[in-house]
Design a protein around this ligand. Sequence first.
Ligand code: FES
Ligand SMILES: [Fe+2]
Length: 405
Amino acid sequence: MLSKEDNERLTRVSNGAPMGRMIKQHWWIPAALSDKLEADGKPLRVRLFGDNYVAFRATNGQVGFFDEACPHRGASLALGRNEDNSLRCIYHGWKFRVDGVTVAVPTQPQNEAQYCKHVPLKHHAVREEAGIVWVWLGEGETPPAFPDLPFVGLPRENFVVFRQKVNANWVQGVETTMDSAHLGVLHQSWLVGFGDIELSSANMAPVYHLAQKPFGFRYAAVRELKDQRAYVRTNSFVMPWYGIVSPNQADLQGGSIFFSVPIDDENIHYWQMTYRTSEKLVLNKTHHYTDADAWPPLPPGPPEDNWGQDREAMKNGHFTGFTQMLGTEDFAVIMSMGPISDRTQEYLGAGDGAVLAVRRCLLGALKQYMAGEVPQLAQHEAIDYSGTAPQSKVVTGESEWRAML
Ligand code: FES
Ligand SMILES: [Fe+2]
């Protein structure tokens, strides 16, 4: 349970809210799928933390990222002509190079070159990694170091990445990623046939062991098997929103990363990347999207119709009645909590340790940020991100799984 004030502090990221300012200053933000930007192609409108931006891929392949409103009189630069390594506003033809330099102001024929120097175009640093365009929206000249997360530098065939727009606050997304207690319940009808050891031991609730880490926290979910053995999975929470989850089969090198990025206070892009570190990813039914920008499917109906829940399917054995895809079940529950969940009204228990730990990380960092410090969890140079890699293993003793933490 949180106080009303802490729930506001935790969840609000728009309109200058401190949590939003902190994240924009100290972390890179996943903004778009790289594949959606074509050189000299259509610019993309991007909304993040309640503000509007435009992204475009220039002639030379570089991505430009500007505030959406033209600095002249506010026409959308998403309507702009993408040509000659620049975006040209269609209203009066002002032209902005991909690196943020204003190169033409045709409405200022007298002293154009001089005038160009002072046009207050807001452009933002961009980095492409793992099929994603990341942006830094902080103040100042120097972006934070890019975290060396397990997907960095992987070849294209080793991962799949997609996202869906969901009407829920970002913390609800992050919490559901880290909340393993729901896995064998909410997703039980989906886990059948995934070859998941967890499933064969479905009756055994795992015991969670949580360890604080410089990047956030990590936990081992330990399930006792016969003969002193245990099946152990380790997952990591990496600030500010990454849930790095172990593969669903023992000894696979890789995992899935989920991140909930605020579009505004009440909407997110819920991202998922599944990757293998040393081999090509073999796709399964959860990866066959038609549009990587809209996957997995949203619940099919409005709240008035219980989000389209299929009661007939439930009668026939489906646990949730959301038969579309595993992720649809997550979306249904987090949307059903309301756009911003009221955490003053919860009743938490033993299974909620990871949810509480997420909140402690976020609110703890915010406190340091508000005191004028760089939060410890944001000191990227000092953080060993290789320790975030998830593992899934059958072990023979406690010391063996302790070493996985
Ligand atoms: S509004 Fe863009 S050039 Fe005038
Ligand atoms: Fe889930």
